[in-house]
Design a protein around this ligand. Structure first.
Ligand SMILES: [Zn+2]
Length: 137
């Protein structure tokens, strides 16, 4: 399969993933609303609700961030620059794109960026992706 064909396949995958995330986010949000409505005022229940809300909001945040990344990637397809590194402008290897279809940089540029960035939410988020990619093939 040519790179062009592989990338076309990745676009389909991204669109399916985006639709699934949309549905998940809608589900999570309605669940959150239900939790708020069911509050009884009991302190233990309220504490449990807070923990649950916290978990839900973290999940929603992670899903929202992925959704943003996917939408950006789909926009890059439309611009014709999908699959090229934003750092060095070289084509991102297909193995990396298959692991992270919304990757915007190659591994070299990602590592360079990580070395320069101090520890923070964004870096931790990128680490999650790199761990996925580090799995043996
Ligand atoms: Zn690069």
């Amino acid at each position: 399969m040519s790179r062009k064909e592989s990338i076309k396949k990745l676009r389909d995958q991204l669109i399916r993933r985006r639709d699934a995330l949309h549905r998940a986010l809608e589900g999570d949000l309605s669940l959150l609303r239900e939790l708020h409505q069911e509050r009884t005022g009991d302190i233990l229940d309220a504490a449990a609700d807070t923990v649950q809300d916290e978990l839900n909001s973290q999940l929603i945040e992670a899903e929202s961030r992925e959704l943003t990344a996917i939408n950006d990637a789909i926009a890059r397809f439309d611009n014709g620059c999908y699959g090229n590194c934003e750092g060095c402008e070289k084509p991102i290897p297909l193995t990396r794109l298959r692991a992270i279809p919304y990757a915007t940089d190659c591994i070299d540029c990602r590592r360079k960026a990580e070395r320069m960035t101090t520890k923070g939410g964004a870096v931790m988020w990128n680490r999650v992706f790199d761990n996925v990619e580090a799995d043996p093939v």
